[in-house]
Write a protein that binds this ligand. Structure first.
Ligand code: ATP
Ligand code: LTN
Length: 343
């Protein structure tokens, strides 16, 4: 028989890391806004937390997609996130469609989500106005699938942008409702919305956020834009007629460029003001462009390398999905049992 040695002064077990879940839709190409506002944050969180990340391709089909393009966008997004520093050795990273439990739990949770709640979601109202020819049921129940994503992994925290706060609140309500009926089943997650996360604005109209779905390609920087294109887009960015680099009200264009420069170099606004005192906007725009190229170029190099080996990318996603599956299965079994669904 094996002998068990029990000592009284064993070091305490390390505190369990908090679990993070987040996902991004592969609904187009990623912009500098996505990188500075979301992706970089995912990368940073990996050391402190137990992270589970996914491409939200099931969410993407709530808007009509070309199948070939969807697949390509999904694989590209996966590669781009790894190139940005999402590390499959540290975190679980996979495609939502690879783990069937997402769809299974979403269906169950839809029956614990009220019509009235879904009708109040601003994203649903916005998207149904934008896609008036395809207001499908999935677009409506989108938040129940998002709740399933999060609750499957018993996530403590969900890093998202401000625009997703309402969906997170609904996720919490669904979790509490379910726990209230069946006893503690889900961890009730919290939104993790970084207070001073970069908010990158549209280069041609800084009153709007930088968005990949803007029809004018000069209004955004793509993470995969060539250095020359990046420099050109910054040269045509809207500024003002004051010719003074300082952060102030009414200077949205310059404020945006300062925010980007600060996020890419780590310099404070004061340092930036000192650096460009007495210089024109031309010099400043060049410096901003160069700082963005310095951040994006190494990512682009890794991205190209990763895409040149599709088999390796597939293997990484398959391994990630297998790890995700193990966690997700435990939750789905628990839920089916509680609800009384025959296995
Ligand atoms: P769309 O153009 O289709 O509305 P999007 O570019 O706004 O899409 P999402 O896919 O909705 O991007 O967002 C992915 C993540 O990137 C979210 O966490 C969101 O908060 C963040 N994000 C998007 N745009 C910006 C931005 N301009 N500045 C900072 N963060 C952003
Ligand atoms: N709806 C989110 C993407 C998303 C997500 C999630 C984010 C899908 N599932 C789960 C956090 C957790 C968006 O459009 N940004």
């Amino acid at each position: 028989m094996e002998e068990k040695i029990i000592t009284s002064n064993q070091p305490e077990a390390p505190a369990k890391k908090k679990r993070i879940f987040s996902a991004i839709q592969p609904s187009g190409q990623m912009t500098l806004g996505n990188y500075l506002g979301a992706i970089r944050n995912w990368v940073e969180m990996q050391d402190e937390f137990d992270c589970v990340y996914a491409t939200a391709n099931l969410h993407a089909i709530t808007v009509r997609q070309d199948p070939k393009k969807l697949k390509e966008n999904t694989v590209n997004l996966f590669a781009l996130l790894i190139a940005s520093g999402v590390d499959p050795e540290k975190s679980i990273f996979f495609h939502q469609s690879q783990v069937a439990a997402h769809a299974e739990l979403a269906w169950v949770l839809e029956t614990y989500t009220q019509f009235g709640e879904l009708s109040r979601m601003t994203q649903f109202k916005d998207k149904s106005a934008r896609h008036a020819d395809n207001i499908n049921a999935g677009l409506f129940t989108y938040p129940s699938l998002m709740a399933a994503d999060i609750l499957l992994y018993q996530a403590d925290m969900v890093p998202v942008g401000e625009d997703q706060r309402q969906h997170l609140e609904l996720t919490r309500d669904i979790a509490e409702r379910f726990n209230g009926i069946y006893g503690k089943t889900f961890v009730v997650p919290e939104a993790y919305i970084k207070k001073n996360a970069a908010r990158v604005r549209n280069l041609l109209d800084p009153s709007k956020k930088m968005s990949k779905s803007d029809p004018n390609t000069k209004s955004f920087i793509l993470m995969t834009d060539e250095p020359a294109t990046i420099m050109k887009k910054f040269r045509s960015a809207v500024t003002d007629s004051e010719a003074s680099v300082r952060y102030a009200e009414g200077k949205d264009g310059i404020n945006n460029l300062m925010e980007i420069y600060s996020a890419c170099t780590g310099k404070s606004y004061e340092q930036i003001e000192d650096e460009f005192r007495g210089k024109g906007y031309g010099d400043f725009k060049t410096a901003v462009g160069e700082s963005v190229v310095a951040v994006l170029e190494p990512i682009q190099i890794r991205y190209k390398e990763l895409l040149s080996d599709k088999k390796h990318l597939e293997e990484l996603a398959r391994n990630g999905a297998a790890s995700a599956e193990r966690i997700a299965r435990r939750t789905i079994e628990k839920v089916y049992k509680k609800v009384g669904l025959v296995r």
